[in-house]
Design a protein around this ligand. Structure first.
Ligand SMILES: *[C@@H]1O[C@H](CO)[C@@H](O)[C@H](O)[C@H]1NC(C)=O
Ligand SMILES: [Zn+2]
Length: 323
């Protein structure tokens, strides 16, 4: 069955997956299954990287080429991998939508093929599936996962739960009823544990945590106002990304260090940096507050197009700057 789907994919028959919508999890999972497709110029494979409290699978799609190809600008360096996740906060509906759009872009376009020649891509479209189902069905602005503290207070903010300078007093919360609850201890949650395992297993060169909203590319540190030693390099690639995004539709993106306005402990991007991933970013998609997390579906495609341009510019910058 998988091979039939795979061939259909290559022939671009399509799967009635509507990129103009915020799709339900079952539709997304059906679509992801079509990426178990070890054929064509861009190969892909679906893996389960962990299970959630509600026993859902966390899926990751790997994109790679048959041969270990290298782009000219990366010449002389071994092929590196990039990790991308969506939906660390379920209410950021545009983030899942982008990662799904980007999967399709990598698999089916010439420009996507170039990106996969430069890097292997590991993409997790829905890092927090329990939260996404809950946000879809019950509480649209849900931010946390769904692991209960007790009957009334449910969920941890995954993006405060990572183990680099985990600190509820630093932009998080010790109160399990609060939407910024940092969890009882660092990496207490199955979703953050699954991603930590991945980050430690594979020597990624880049990490993009796709979120919303703010039209902003931000980079470590978040927990302190101190800069990382290679801040100028991280800043250069963030600027390249933001200006490519802006150029597409005239919707203005900017970039800065995460902590420029206020410090935050336990971020996934800070942990990624500490784990040795040289180029980690949080990417905040549209908008700047007009609709906020409730970004209308008629802005999905334009947001995905400008963000794809941004990721291409960013990947080229990483290619040029990585040692
Ligand atoms: C759940 O825990 C919170 C925080 O400690 C507390 O305020 C609340 O009363 C508890 N609810 C129940 C049903 O125990
Ligand atoms: Zn978010």
């Amino acid at each position: 069955m998988n091979q039939i789907i795979c061939v259909a994919f290559l022939l671009q028959i399509g799967f009635a997956f509507d990129f103009n919508k915020y799709n339900a999890l079952d539709k997304i999972e059906k679509y992801l299954a079509t990426f178990n497709c070890n054929q064509g110029t861009v190969r892909s494979k679906v893996e389960i990287i962990g299970k959630t409290f509600e026993k859902r699978s966390i899926y990751m799609v790997k994109m790679f080429t048959k041969r270990k190809t290298r782009c000219r600008s990366c010449k002389g360096k071994s092929k590196k991998a990039i990790l991308v996740d969506g939906g660390i906060h379920p209410r950021d509906f545009i983030s899942h939508a982008f990662v799904l759009y980007f999967l399709n872009f990598l698999k089916t376009t010439q420009a996507g093929f170039y990106l996969v020649k430069k890097f292997d891509w590991y993409l997790i479209p829905v890092l927090n599936p329990d939260g996404y189902v809950y946000a879809k069905n019950f509480e649209r602005l849900w931010r946390k996962n769904r692991s209960p503290f007790n009957e009334t207070c449910i969920g941890t903010d995954l993006n405060r739960n990572y183990g680099k300078q985990w600190n509820p007093e630093n932009g998080g919360s010790r109160n399990p009823c609060n939407e910024l609850y940092s969890g009882p201890f660092p990496f207490s949650e199955l979703e953050s544990q699954a991603e930590r395992k991945l980050m430690l297993k594979k020597a990624f060169i880049g990490y993009l945590s796709i979120q919303s909203f703010g039209q902003l590319w931000i980079y470590p540190w978040g927990f302190t106002k101190d800069p990382v030693p290679d801040k100028p390099t991280l800043d250069k690639c963030a600027k390249a990304a933001a200006s490519a995004a802006t150029a597409r539709n005239g919707v203005v993106y900017s970039s800065r260090q995460t902590s420029e306005r206020s410090t935050l402990g336990g971020l996934s991007s800070d942990y990624a940096k500490a784990a040795g991933i040289k180029f980690p970013y949080e990417v905040l998609l549209r908008d700047k507050g007009t609709f906020g997390h409730l970004l209308p579906e008629d802005q999905i495609i334009a947001t995905c197009e400008e963000t794809t341009d941004a990721v291409i510019a960013w990947a080229n910058c990483v290619c040029a700057e990585m040692m």
